[in-house]
Structures are given as C-alpha cells and as structure tokens.
Design a protein around this ligand. Structure first.
Ligand code: ZN
Length: 229
C-alpha cells in the first residue's frame, strides 16, 4: 500500500501540485528548489520518496487511509496517545492530515517544532539587532526561558512605560480572540475573565524591545502564520 516508484506519473502530479506562478525560466521558485532537492544525490531516497508522497497527497495519514477505506476514524492517533499518557480528554481530536502532523498543534512534533522555532528565532533576533543604527535607540531584551510576562513585569523599566493594570486591560481584548485549547477548557468555564488574565501573564514572549524615547514597548512573538493561535 502506498508504494511509490520513480514513475512519470509522479512528476506530472508534482507539477500540478506546485503553484501556477512561473518565472521567466518557466518554473516557480518552489519547483526549482524542490527539483534541486529531488535531484541531489546526497539526499537519501527515503526522504525524496516521502516528499513525493506528500506532494501527491498519498502520505498514509488517517485522512488518506480513510479515503482508501483502510480506516474509518480520521482523528489523530498520535495526539490521542499523547493525551492518554497525560490523562487528558481525548475528545475533539484534530484530523490526522499531512498538514496537521507538520503543524505546531501535533503533539508528536512538539520537540521538533520548538527546536526549529528557537533556531530560526535566534537568527531573526540577531538580524534585527544587526540592522540597528545608533539613532534608533532600541534596546533588545532577550527573556530567558523561564521568564513569563508576569516575571518580566516585575522590572521597573517595563512597569514605568506600561503599568500592569493597563497591560492587563489591553491584553484582555486580544486574549478573547484567541481560542481556548482543550486542556484549558475547564479553567475557562470556571472563570473566563480570570482564565484570559492568567493565560496572558503566563505567556513567555520571544523578545521585548524598548524604545525609551517614544516610551514604547514591543512584545515580540515569532510564529509561522499557519500556526497562529
Ligand atoms: Zn495530532
């Protein structure tokens, strides 16, 4: 099942699955880099094979297996297992699609996603600092891993620019728009206002930038747009 050979049919599917926007070379940037990857003799065949299966949408995830009648349940098996291990509810599981198992919402990918996040963020952060001019007067604060908004706001410098009360008020408007995850539902039902307040103060921002002249604080958070939540 789901075996892939290096056939012509695959390259047609590949072509169709990639965007239509082509450059003057007749190929999109994505196609060119994918072509490079698939033709690279250093890349093991099993990686190339998996890549092609993903593009052809035949990765044996639950959604695909259900489509070919090999499974009836499309909910994510690994999220279920992870939730069972921490004795959490296994209701409302997300569908096990290729997109899901590559997203930050996939329990089985948590460590990898976090590592990728930190790696890219370090580069972004360094780049932002590097393009500063002496006139920009920005100060970059890199919170350590344990710093939550709550511990950060014990700094007088922050408190002077934006008080806890004012920030709580402003944050509440935004927190209300962010969905409540399964493991927080019980606390949310108990007291929604308190839930949003606590969730905000427990957040661990990726960075903070201070512009003392303008009395502005920028709270930085780095996320893939597909993982925005
Ligand atoms: Zn899952």
């Amino acid at each position: 099942m789901c075996e892939l050979g290096q056939s012509k049919a695959i390259s047609i599917t590949l072509h169709m699955a990639l965007g239509r926007q082509t450059s003057r070379y007749g190929k999109t940037k994505a196609e060119r880099s994918l072509g490079k990857y698939l033709n690279d003799p250093r890349v093991p065949w099993r990686y190339k094979r998996r890549e092609m299966m993903a593009i052809a949408r035949i990765i044996p995830v639950a959604k695909w297996l259900a489509k070919i009648k090999e499974r009836s349940d499309v909910s994510c098996t690994l999220c279920k297992r992870a939730r069972e291990q921490r004795s959490a509810s296994t209701e409302n599981l997300l569908e096990e699609t290729y997109g899901h198992i590559n997203s930050a919402f996939y329990d089985g990918m948590a460590t990898t996603v976090t590592a990728a996040h930190h790696f890219i963020w370090r580069h972004l952060h360094a780049s932002m600092q590097a393009v500063q001019t002496p006139a920009s007067k920005l100060r970059f604060v890199t919170p350590d891993k344990e710093s939550s908004m709550s511990t950060l706001w014990q700094e007088e410098e922050f408190e002077q620019i934006c008080s806890r009360e004012l920030l709580t008020e402003k944050a509440a408007e935004i927190e209300k728009m962010i969905s409540v995850k399964e493991h927080g539902r019980e606390r949310y039902n108990f007291d929604p206002t308190m839930f949003y307040k606590n969730r905000f103060w427990n957040r661990r921002p990726d960075g903070i930038v201070i512009n003392k002249n303008h009395r502005t604080l920028y709270i930085l958070e780095f996320k893939r747009s597909s993982d925005r939540n």
